[in-house]
Ligand binder design. Sequence first.
Ligand code: GLP
Length: 241
Amino acid sequence: MRVKVVNNYEILSKEAESVFLEAIKLKEKPIFGLATGSTPIGLYKNLVNSFNEGKISFKDAKTFNLDEYIGLSKEDTRNYKSFMNENLFSKVDIDLKNTFFPDVYNKDLKQSCLSYSKLLSNYKRDIQILGLGENGHIAFNEPGTEFNSKTHIVKLTESTIKANSRFFKSLEETPSSAITMGIEEILNAHLILLLVAGEKKKEALKILLDGKITIECPASALLNNPNLIIICDKEAYPYKE
Ligand code: GLP
């Protein structure tokens, strides 16, 4: 595990971009695991700039997103597919056919989970981008999720619904369930890049940095992948430097 503590979000996003570009440098057909949330937005902006400068192409890339809300319409701009389109896909040369999400519009959601798992098992990610939930969740794997979990349907915890409600008009309107990639599948990447910003993440990050592996902090499962890089800002870092 490598931990990098930086002064602010701008540097965090710059560092994240460097790790990303390095990880895919020699890959002809890179495979990306992508995350939503506020934290990776700066990274995606930088990747768009890199693309505009001709430093990177997504032409032959495949992407797999971590999760998707259940209950929002396809057109709803708050679903995670729209988020990715807005922040990255519509601004680079990726073929949308090569961008994958759990299918939350299938009548049989259990089948969707199985199909996504099957797909993921064929594509080990070159780099998996991750954010961190305030309660230590990764993707939508809430505390208590087994580390050998595969793609599954989740009922979101109150704390997660509350945190996500900032994108909705009210708590009631905020989705309370989702399909998420499982922890075992998240770990199936050559490199994991965990981005952590802000005071609210301090407690969860501390469990991880203390090296305590517990299902009460899903992110601590990441310690089982030796190729883990954590970039955090000063606010999120739980120790004195
Ligand atoms: C949601 C997403 C996670 C993300 C988390 C933190 O729960 N499903 O993938 O890591 O939010 O988001 P933020 O980066 O906005 O704090």
